[in-house]
Design a protein around this ligand. Structure first.
Ligand code: DLL
Length: 433
């Protein structure tokens, strides 16, 4: 089901024309209303008159999370505070949070973008959504919430936490769709199993998972444990929140609502745009946003764009799964390591649960990588030789995928801390500054 056929199925030339018009309007708005952008544009000697089509986007300056932090809290807003009706913030790992502001129209756009996602997942007004993304400053909970209402379906604003209550209400209210992080979905699946309540007592059929990287293996794991179809949803607070991109029934990349969010892929080192299909850093320019318009915002997310038409009928460009971030990449003994690589190894081996932790350290000037991984209850044994064999097996596989040796520690089922929000999978104890 296509929610907004005009926009989602538009011919490429028409879409580019529309994007050009909207880009020009955005550039005019920020030039006149945001001193930060006016200064940046003056520095490189351009004015809104230099922007006449979407191809001119490459003339514009980039924006980073640091720019938002430097102008904390509201310095990049392009409208007076009297026009801002909602604030959200994303907690950074360090320092000041990134604050985002929405006008009334921005909230309409956001709710529509999320409704497009939900529609593409095959849900409609007859569905009941259990939203376990956190409500509050995080965009996940409220982002999904208003999208569900826009769809006309029923929303259970559960938020995160209190798993026992979540399970009770999931059984009693009969939600057909679950929205949460993929790691919490796995956690819930285990908790449901532990509760002893038969799966038939739940009506779930669709899952809407995002906010953190996950893999195809993890998708299969969630689908089989919960008996649902799991879909990817992508987004980031700075650009809007959840709903920037979504999968369709073909699940071959996530369609970007490019009438609102214009994507580019750049080389994160040279900052040069890459050719269609090449992998690099995803950059977004918001072309309809009023409260906090962003020019060429560097997401640090690594992926590529698929321009070929999709059999679902949507013509919007698709993004592949995020394979890592240009800034969460670990360099261990000179080798680039992404936590998602470790995850893919763990998930392809049946003996392990999809719960793991990487601990990076530096001993005697040498980087060390320890991988803690949970063994499935049925494979866990007191027999040392069996455990040693298992450890060897995964260590070998990790070495071949990562290109470096990891010190593997097998831990008991359920012993690693579970996350109810975004999973924390890496502890980097090195102090390399
Ligand atoms: O995580 C918004 C969101 C909420 C998306 C709920 C989907 C569902 P932030 O907290 O600003 O916003 O974090 C944004 O999370 O740059 C990615 O690195 C990561 N991320 C979000 N969705 C996905 C996804 C929300 N589907 C950052 N796959 C982004 C991989 C994702 N990574």
């Amino acid at each position: 089901m296509i929610w907004n056929e005009t926009m989602e199925c538009m011919k490429r030339e028409d879409m580019r024309k529309l994007q050009g018009i909207r880009l020009k309007q955005t550039v005019e708005r920020v030039y006149h209303n945001t001193p930060f952008y006016r200064k940046k544009m003056q520095e490189i000697g351009i004015t809104p008159n230099d922007i006449n089509s979407i191809d001119d986007i490459v003339k514009l300056p980039f924006t980073t999370k640091q720019d938002l932090r430097d102008n904390y809290p509201f310095g990049l807003f392009a409208v007076p505070m009297s026009e801002i009706v909602r604030l959200h913030a994303s907690s950074g790992t360090t320092g000041r949070p990134t604050v985002v502001g929405y006008t009334r129209q921005d909230l309409v756009t956001w709710a529509e973008s999320v409704a497009r996602c939900l529609s593409a997942y095959g849900t409609d007004k007859n569905d009941i959504f259990h939203v376990s993304y956190g409500y509050g400053l995080f965009t996940g909970g409220m982002g999904l919430h208003y999208g569900v209402e826009n769809l006309g379906a029923t929303v259970i604003p559960m938020s995160s936490g209190n798993t026992a209550k979540q399970i009770q209400l999931m059984r009693d209210f009969g939600p057909t769709a679950l929205a949460c992080t993929p790691s919490y979905a796995l956690y819930l699946a285990d908790a449901i199993q532990d509760s002893g309540i038969p799966r038939e007592e739940f009506k779930l059929r669709v899952g809407i998972f995002g906010a953190e990287p996950w893999t195809e293996n993890m998708r299969r794991e969630i689908e089989s444990k919960l008996g649902i179809k799991a879909y990817d949803i992508y987004g980031l607070s700075e650009v809007m929140g959840p709903g920037v991109a979504h999968e369709c029934e073909y699940q071959h990349g996530a369609h970007i609502s490019e009438d609102h969010f214009y994507p580019e892929i750049i080389d994160p080192k040279t900052l040069e745009p890459l050719a269609p299909g090449e992998s690099g850093e995803l950059v977004f320019t918001t072309i309809t946003k009023e409260g906090l318009p962003l020019l060429r915002y560097r997401t640090k997310d690594l992926c590529s764009l698929i321009y070929e038409p999709c059999p679902c009928g949507r013509t919007t460009v698709r993004m592949t799964r995020i394979t890592g971030r240009s800034d969460d990449m670990l360099i261990i003994r000179g080798v680039n390591v992404f936590p998602s690589q470790v995850e893919s190894v763990i998930l392809e081996m049946q003996e392990f649960e999809p719960h793991y932790m990487l601990i990076v350290d530096r001993k005697n000037n040498l980087d060390t990588l320890e991988v803690l991984v949970e063994v499935r209850p049925e494979c866990y044994s007191d027999e040392i030789t069996r455990m040693v064999e298992l450890k060897k097996k995964i260590a070998h596989r990790l070495q071949s995928v990562l290109g470096i040796a990891a010190n593997v520690k097998l831990v008991e089922p359920r012993s690693l801390e579970r996350s109810q929000g975004k999973a924390k999978r890496v502890i980097d104890n090195r102090n390399i500054q």
